[in-house]
Write a protein that binds this ligand. Sequence first.
Ligand SMILES: [Zn+2]
Length: 230
Amino acid sequence: MGQLFPGAIIFLGPPGSGKGTQADTFADSRDGYYHFDTGRELNVIFEDPKNRDNAAIQMRHEQLRRGELVDPDWVTSVVCEGIRRVANSGKGVIFSGSPRTLQEARAVVPLLMDVYGRDSLVVVKLNVNPETSIHRNTSRRVCVRCARPLLSTTETRDMAFCPVCGGELAVRKDDTEEIMKNRLDQYRRRTEPIYEYYQTMGIPIFDIDGERSPEEIHLDISDTIDKYSR
Ligand SMILES: [Zn+2]
């Protein structure tokens, strides 16, 4: 087997753009990729019984629950450690929640280029309007068994069970409208400026229309990546 290309894919977009779902779907559809969902990885740390009495970690958990930005230095160290772990296992890495700040990007991007090769990094940008973003998030559910989020679309609205594992679906308690607006605001102020950095670094950015059904979006992404790898 040749070297996986691209070795690293960063999914970007506002909360509710479906980037987590698309990253999962893409990783499931191909061999050799690991979806490093930063939110999921952080939750593993937060839920670890070892960390129950760790005040610093519990404070970060609270910040995350309120939709605030969690200590960027700490998140960056968790992400960089994750990249080395995934690369050492011989897999490509997919991100959907990182980098979230310019500071994080400046640490993560050079590491990805170092580990996977300068030209082996691409960005997939999912575009949705703010109304879609807020609506999808305040009505989204999460599988209680495998923790996959299920965005509210015409296809998924009436589903009672997780399409992947059959687990029960529950509304996320941290997805209230106020917290959502907070996250959207954070996204605009802290995450959007990263685009310019990607451009400066010469990283290809693929713009994808995120207002369509998850299946259509997946096919578009898959096609786009294939055309680029050829
Ligand atoms: Zn599930």
